[in-house]
Design a protein around this ligand. Structure first.
Ligand code: NAP
Length: 336
């Protein structure tokens, strides 16, 4: 049985990756941060009703800034594969708190790579890099696009990406960067525009809300579906040699396209419900992501299975189902 260690297991990607790996027969160990209790909302369906962990899934607490702790964990778990997904989320420059620091993103990656190197464990290492490292580079962006980060988050991700390459080239680790473009799902935080839109569509469709306030409707993104992307992460670690790959859809759409498709799918007229709010506007945004997925397609045979329209349908359906469940729960509670 193969064993995987996942940092950031409690996040969107961590939870989908855990499901995927368990379905492939892996045993999964997840590192959570030292919070009591760990935030397992996205993993609860995999844990037993009493919160117990099934034998194939174990959670461990630990500090990503402690090489010693990480090394002990790697030596205890003896993973075949390590997926390093933990990083502070950053929905946009305006949302970066003033004391935001890239220490977990940069130093967490460094400590984990160093712990792996010192342990001598021959595990394959995946780092979740971000398309934001390319900054305002004109589309499409590929593995050879120069790094030009334009925010603190992007700069931190750029450093972590370079560290991963250094450990591959200089220390011979199997260490690979997946350069991820936006990927969404019902498990995405609603601080991101995709989820904010689909959540609002469900609330408007059920009469709980009337207006949705957004910033720049012309901002473009390359959006994909998170479960497709975790399969690409896994595929990258099944190769004989480590390499970096861009993981995206290859298509760019505007926020307005997203809004129109989501409202249309729910039978609503978006223009009646969407209003501009300058608080969500990011002036001078030159970021125009669109993945060139030629390399991952030709080398790994990966391509996203879920197109833009299907992603939106999936997300709106899931939001409506969540509302239905919440409504049913209220009815059930009233009957008690
Ligand atoms: P997510 O849902 O925000 O999950 C982030 C994970 O990192 C959570 O498990 C979180 O733990 C953990 N984390 C955050 N701050 C931490 C800290 N200070 N110490 C330890 N753990 C910490 O993100 P995601 O969408 O799954 O993304 C996974 C990775 O892909 C991230 O590295 C992200 O930067 C990268 N990425 C994602 C996208 C995307 O579109 N989703 C695009 C580009 C790159 P808690 O649950 O305890 O908060």
């Amino acid at each position: 049985m193969k064993r995987a260690l996942i940092t950031g297991i409690t996040g969107q990607d961590g939870s989908y990756l855990t499901e995927f790996l368990l379905s492939q027969g892996y045993a999964v160990d997840g590192l959570t941060r030292n919070t009591q209790p760990a935030n397992t909302t996205r993993l609860n369906h995999l844990l037993a009703g009493n919160g117990a962990q099934p034998p194939a899934l174990r959670l461990h607490q630990g500090d990503l800034l402690s090489t010693r702790r990480l090394r002990a964990l790697i030596e205890q778990v003896q993973p075949d594969e390590i997926y390093h997904l933990a990083a502070p989320s950053r929905p946009g420059p305006a949302a970066e708190p003033p004391d935001w620091r890239g220490d977990i993103t940069v130093l967490g990656t460094l400590h984990l790579l160093e712990a792996l190197r010192r342990s001598g464990t021959p595990a394959k290492f995946f780092h979740a890099a971000s398309a934001e490292i390319f900054g305002p580079a004109p589309p499409p962006q590929s593995e050879t696009t120069p790094l030009a980060p334009a925010s603190r988050y992007a700069a931190a991700k750029g450093h972590a990406t370079r560290l991963t390459r250094i450990y591959r080239q200089r220390y011979g680790l199997f260490a690979a960067n997946g350069i991820l473009f936006n990927h969404e799902s019902i498990r995405r935080s609603n601080r991101y525009v995709s989820r904010k839109i689909t959540q609002a569509v469900a609330a408007i469709a059920t009469g709980e809300q009337y207006y949705l306030y957004l910033g720049n409707l012309n901002a473009r993104r390359d959006w994909g579906y998170a479960p497709d992307y975790v399969a690409a992460m896994w595929l990258m670690l099944q190769q004989p040699q480590a390499d970096d790959f861009v993981i995206g859809s290859g298509q760019a759409y505007t926020v307005k396209d997203f809004v129109a498709a989501a409202f249309d799918y729910a039978g609503l007229d978006w223009q009646a419900h969407v209003r501009f709010d300058p608080r969500f506007y990011r002036p001078g945004e030159t970021y125009c992501p669109q993945a060139d997925i030629g390399k991952i397609g030709s080398v790994l045979g990966w391509r996203p299975r879920t197109c833009f329209q299907a992603l939106i349908r999936l997300m709106v359906d899931a939001e409506l189902k969540l509302k239905e469940c919440a409504y049913q729960l209220t009815i059930d509670n009233r009957q008690l």
